[in-house]
Design a protein around this ligand. Structure first.
Ligand SMILES: Cc1ncc(COP(=O)(O)O)c(C=O)c1O
Length: 393
């Protein structure tokens, strides 16, 4: 017995702990507390968060109404599947229709941006029974099968995701778009486009390009999918950044800001799409907690007029940043801002974080991305501008 225990003890010593699958280059920071536009690390150091964990924190960290609504919901029912009525989903659809100005649209709920795009493309293909999708250079639509196939980054497209059904065209090139529709219009299922490319470096689709997509989709019965996962949810001063073009898409996909950190995503679907049972589906999508989180976000956005704040503080930041002659270009709208820096200022992003304790995002090669909560104050914007000024001098 004793021998057996000894052998077992020695054997278990040789076992290793399970490791994380190492796919993320990490900053050596652990966040242990968060409130509004600030986070604190394990050593108590305070940071200004202009990244929002990648455009996710829309109403600020640990917003009291949000925490209250989620806590309250958790103590009642956290989850039940889509096999029963979930009135919170109906409330969410109503509120989303009101805040986004698309009351006649329908809502399908899922869990992530990629999943939203995947469902939107599938819906389009069911609708017109076609296969070809037009996507654009610089696009990022997610990492699942079809979402990654319409993403312009061959490095993350696995052989199994490769398909001949995707046509990549140059971004904002109306001639290329027209020619493609002219040549194969009756095969085009959908056009998918971000209102402002996020991962691609904060590059806005021009109004006339979005208008052209609308008219060509109308002409050829193709589906216009507005990927609003990063640029939507009020970030640019209108609910969907595509709204700036003054035309309506057929399907809007959304995720990041929708749940302020709780995983919830959705697609808003034009009335012409008629659903049938089993067409789309998900286990977790639209669960009670997800709906409570999404409702809390919309309630705070409405009550605190956050879309307007995003536009005002965003315009202020953009105008101030444009005054720096060291900056190559300032792009974006509202609180979705890209600051393109020359090579010699490539160090600024890291120094903002480690010298001035300000989180920002990045895009290759030298773009700093600002994606803060929509209730960022002017005072905090000034705090960033002060630090930025010191670093680019
Ligand atoms: C425009 C856009 N679409 C889709 C996605 C994918 O979202 P998720 O990571 O939630 O799958 C992202 C993520 O960054 C995105 O920026």
């Amino acid at each position: 017995m004793l021998l057996e225990a000894l052998v077992f003890g020695l054997w278990s010593l040789t076992l290793k702990n399970m490791q994380l699958f190492d796919v993320y280059p990490l900053n050596d920071i652990e966040i242990t507390k968060a409130a509004g536009s600030n986070v604190w690390d394990a050593n108590g150091q305070k940071y200004l968060d202009l990244y929002g964990g990648h455009a996710v924190i829309s109403i600020g960290h640990t917003n009291p109404h949000y925490v209250g609504r989620l806590t309250d919901q958790l103590s009642k029912v956290g989850f039940y599947s889509n096999s029963v009525k979930i009135p919170l989903q109906v409330q969410l659809a109503k509120k989303l229709g009101e805040v986004s100005g698309k009351k006649d649209f329908q809502l399908f709920l899922c869990n992530s941006g990629a999943e939203a795009n995947e469902n939107a493309l599938k819906l389009a293909s069911f609708y017109n029974s076609r296969k070809k999708v037009i996507a654009f250079t610089g696009a990022f639509h997610g990492r699942t099968s079809l979402a990654v196939a319409v993403t312009d980054n061959p490095k993350i497209v696995a052989p199994v995701n490769q398909t001949e059904n995707v046509i990549f065209l140059p971004h904002n090139n109306e001639v290329a778009l027209e020619e493609t529709f002219k040549a194969q219009g009756n095969e085009i299922c959908a056009v998918i486009i971000e209102g402002i490319q996020g991962v691609g470096g904060i590059k806005e689709a021009s109004k006339s390009f979005l208008q052209k997509i609308r008219s060509l989709c109308n002409e050829h019965n193709a589906v216009y999918i507005a990927d609003s996962v990063q640029c939507g949810y009020g970030r640019t001063g209108l609910f969907y950044s595509h709204d700036w073009a003054g035309v309506e898409a057929d399907v809007y996909t959304m995720a990041k800001g929708m749940g302020n950190g709780f995983p919830v995503a959705g697609i808003a679907i034009a009335p012409k799409f008629k659903p049938w049972h089993g067409e789309l589906g998900t286990t977790f999508g639209g669960n009670h907690l997800a709906c409570a989180a999404a409702l809390a976000v919309l309630e705070v956005m409405e009550k605190d007029n956050l879309i307007k704040n995003a536009e005002e503080v965003g315009n202020y930041l953009i105008a101030e940043l444009k005054k720096f002659e060291q900056v190559k270009e300032v792009r974006g709208r509202g609180l979705m801002i890209g600051i393109e820096l020359p090579e010699e200022l490539a160090h600024v992003k890291k120094e903002l974080l480690f010298k001035h304790f300000i989180f920002t995002g990045e895009a290759k090669p030298n773009v700093i991305r600002l994606l803060p909560a929509l209730n960022l104050t002017r005072a905090l914007a000034d705090e960033f501008l002060g630090a930025f000024k010191k670093l680019v001098k």
